[in-house]
Write a protein that binds this ligand. Structure first.
Ligand SMILES: CC(C)[C@H](C(=O)O)[C@@H](O)C(=O)O
Ligand code: SF4
Length: 474
């Protein structure tokens, strides 16, 4: 490696087995994650071809996408019509192939991108793939983590390798600090609004700067989670003491002499000072207000206290999309979003379903009631998050405020055919995608932080968390 390599270059090189004339590299894959929606398909396809999983000990499968989020759900309960078949076939394929299955009733169950860090499956420096686009979340640990399709998953399962063309390097520097009421979610929404939803196509993005160092691991995961929403191949953050502390004592994390070895490697995982990035973006976080999306792409977002754009003020190529978005969202150009009535409030998902997210919301909800016009739901990202929230009184605050308290999974984030809000409902949501129908037929999603969801749920209208009974310091 030259003394001017990026962290991404180093991790790529470390895993590159062979380069060929086509420009694709053959990479060693250290870990594979699967879920019952796309993972089971890959395992089944492999079986049909008479192939075996090469290294079952490195493959972890969970149930998250189509399982019901209903409190007290049963072992086979799916909200997707026919979803129980996916569940049982995942069980069969996992047992047959010998991979680790974290089943619905396992105390470790959770959304794949929440569960993998909690169990220490993701670690700095490892390569890790999953047939799911938000696998980039795991780059927060300084891992080479990216989402793949089902057929690539088959290839990875059968060979523990993947062919991939190397993307270019992009650096996003967060200049400035973190301020009350402005969270990782606000920062990444502001970034996407500024640079556009396609800005990082064919790039791996490294987040750097004081803002990143100040962030908790939860915040860093939120940041990296949304990288795919501006088309990045993946995102990553150089690991530091916060990363090592987070991983300490986790089930699959190294211990003893192995940990000492790992730490001496992990501490070196950073871009060289001279490293050259193909694209550089700097975002001043000191200037940011809480953000909220107004359209049907995360790029159609802005400060919560701003007015919506007038179509004529937008660049010509953005006008049609903005017009269509406002029509779907039933909003007017130039209007304020603050004060717009909401019907639903959702806190959860792999973006913002972690304990820090729930604490930030609970800080605002404490002693308050959700507006009677709002259907409010919290689905913790994993059983571990749920247990912790219950142990420290956060769950009780949610329930007393009038939130439903669900079982961990993806429902409500992406419409799997069951859990949803009423058609046409305006929903403030801590999730990552807001395209038409994403949370159910006709549902109008406003992406924002859990604190903004909580403040808006209480007021019954879109509300600024900085004005809602205090804001938990970041
Ligand atoms: C179902 C799955 C493949 C999908 C993804 O890849 O992201 C889902 O998790 C999503 O968020 O839309
Ligand atoms: S929570 Fe939502 S974004 Fe995350 S993996 Fe599940 S469906 Fe995808």
């Amino acid at each position: 490696m030259t003394p001017s390599s990026t962290l991404f270059d180093k991790l790529w090189q470390e895993h590159c087995i062979q380069s060929d004339a086509s420009g694709e590299d053959l990479l060693l894959i250290d870990r594979i994650l699967l879920h019952e929606r796309t993972g089971a398909v890959a395992l089944e396809a492999l079986r049909e071809k008479g192939r075996e999983v090469k290294t079952p000990a490195h493959v972890f499968c969970t149930m998250d996408h189509i399982v019901s989020n209903r409190p007290g759900r049963t072992r086979n309960e799916a909200r997707t019509p026919g979803g129980d078949v996916f569940i049982s076939s995942t069980r069969e394929s996992a047992a047959r192939s010998g991979v680790t299955l974290i089943d619905i009733d396992d105390a470790r169950q959770g959304i794949v991108h929440v569960m993998a860090p909690e169990l220490g499956i993701v670690q700095p420096g490892v390569s890790i793939v999953c047939p799911d686009s938000h696998t980039c979340s795991l780059g927060a640990f300084g891992a080479l983590a990216w989402g793949i399709g089902s057929s690539a998953a088959e290839h990875a399962l059968a060979t523990q390798t993947l062919k991939q063309k190397k993307p270019a390097n992009m650096r996003v520097t967060l200049k400035g600090g973190l301020h009350p009421g402005v969270y990782a979610k606000d920062i990444v929404l502001a970034l996407i609004a500024q640079i556009g939803a396609g800005a990082a196509a064919n790039h791996a993005v490294e987040f750097t700067g004081g803002g990143v160092r100040q962030m908790s691991m939860e915040g860093r995961m939120t940041l990296c989670n949304m990288a795919v929403e501006f088309a990045a191949f993946t995102a990553l953050i150089a690991p530091d003491e916060k990363t090592f502390e987070y991983l300490a004592g986790r089930e699959f994390a190294p211990t003893g002499a192995q940990l000492d070895d790992a730490l001496s490697w992990w501490r070196d995982l950073a871009s060289d000072e001279e490293a050259v990035f193909d694209k550089n973006i700097t975002l001043d976080t000191d200037a940011l207000a809480p953000q909220i999306s107004w359209g049907v792409s995360p790029e159609q977002s802005g400060g919560i206290d701003q007015t919506l754009p007038f179509i004529a003020d937008l660049p010509a190529e953005k006008r049609k999309a903005a017009e269509n978005a406002l029509a779907y969202m039933e909003l007017q150009p130039g209007q304020r979003l603050l004060g717009e009535a909401v019907d639903g409030a959702f806190i959860g998902s792999c973006t913002n379903g972690r304990i820090e997210d729930l604490r930030a919301a609970a800080y605002i909800l404490k002693g308050n009631q959700v507006s009677p016009d709002v259907k409010a739901i919290c689905v913790p990202g994993s059983q571990a998050v749920k247990r912790q929230a219950e142990a420290e009184g956060v769950a009780e605050i949610f329930k007393q405020a009038g939130f439903e308290w669900g079982e961990p999974g993806c429902g409500y984030c992406f419409y799997a055919g069951g859990d949803t809000f009423a058609p046409g409902a305006r929903v403030v949501s801590s999730t990552n995608r807001n395209f038409e129908g994403r949370q159910g037929p006709g549902v109008r999603t406003h992406l924002c932080s859990p604190a903004t969801v909580a403040a808006s749920a209480i007021e019954g209208v879109i509300a600024d968390p900085r004005e809602a009974g205090g804001v938990r310091p970041v």
